[in-house]
Design a binder for this molecule. Structure first.
Ligand SMILES: [Zn+2]
Length: 297
């Protein structure tokens, strides 16, 4: 049985909502597809986990959330897209960076990412996608997500993300949570959350003990005696929605100069999807057909 699970709920007596996920298998799939080194898997896996959590906050099934990290570090760029149903896909520009370890002996995600920006694109299908970019405050990604919510949405947010990679380079535990404090929350709860999250074990340690994300929520709130309710449970999954038709329409959008270069070569064109490694082969004949259709259209 798959262990990946996301839960969404809220405290019974305080205006605090939470999203918590065990994303282990989904992050391992991301690592496997990109053959990501441990540090790249940790950086990409954290962004994948954040996208699952933030995607689940979107209202409609057709809504799409995209997170883009651009940094001066060796990873350079990570792009992740998620729906509101836990489905996610991601791409990392340099998956084979060397292993970087920080002073605490952990995989150094901040060094892998470097200084840069985090862009959040919310596509709800109605108008132009809502797009906002913040500078990275730490490069550890969780703090950067919290900073985005504080700055762009004025919602006090606590975010934790973690990816544990074993000696063989396989993702053994991955997960995260987002806690959001809604207006009029008593100060005592804000203080409790700050203190509790600061001293709590890493999320990967908690998930190693108990893979159910509800155990993490219990670890957060049981000590304070705070009752909570779970509103929604869903199963995260790495899914790519590419297809031959989509690649064709992408090809037909190429400009005339690019087409004449392709036609001069008179060879097959191979297009590889960056999110899942699926390759689509177009022979000279099918390329001519695309050009013809393009001229008609
Ligand atoms: Zn694909």
């Amino acid at each position: 049985m798959k262990q990946d699970r996301l839960i969404h709920g809220q405290l019974a007596d305080y205006p605090v909502r939470f999203f918590c996920v065990n994303s282990t298998e989904t992050v391992e799939e991301f690592r496997r597809i990109h053959q990501a080194s441990p540090t790249a898997a940790a950086a990409g896996g954290r962004l994948v986990t954040a996208a699952i959590l933030m995607g689940a906050m979107m209202k409609n099934e057709s809504d799409r959330l995209t997170l883009i990290i651009k940094g001066e570090g060796p990873v350079s760029q990570i792009v992740v897209t998620a729906g509101n149903n836990g489905q996610v896909k991601g791409d990392i520009l340099n998956p084979d960076i060397e292993v970087l370890i920080n002073a605490a002996g952990k995989l150094d995600v901040a060094a892998a990412v470097g200084a840069g920006t985090l862009t959040i694109i919310k596509d709800t299908g109605y108008s132009e996608p809502h797009n906002s970019t913040v500078r990275l405050v730490s490069g550890e990604i969780a703090e950067d997500i919290a900073y985005y919510y504080a700055l762009s949405e004025q919602i006090p947010t606590v975010c934790a993300l973690g990816v544990f990679v074993d000696e063989e380079g396989v993702v053994r535990h991955a997960g995260g949570y987002i806690l959001q404090v809604m207006p009029n929350c008593p100060e005592e709860m804000v203080v409790y959350l700050e203190q509790k999250t600061a001293k709590m074990s890493a999320i990967t340690t908690l998930l190693k003990e108990n893979s159910n994300p509800q155990s993490v929520i219990a670890a957060l709130f049981d000590e304070g005696g705070f009752a909570y309710e779970i509103n929604r449970t869903l199963q995260p999954q790495y899914v790519c929605d590419c297809s031959r038709e989509r690649v064709e329409s992408m090809l037909s959008a190429l400009d005339t100069k690019e087409w004449s270069e392709i036609m001069q070569e008179q060879t097959n064109v191979e297009v590889k999807c960056h999110f899942c490694n699926q390759t689509y082969l177009f022979d000279v004949k099918s390329i001519q057909k695309i050009i013809e259709n393009r001229q008609k259209g």
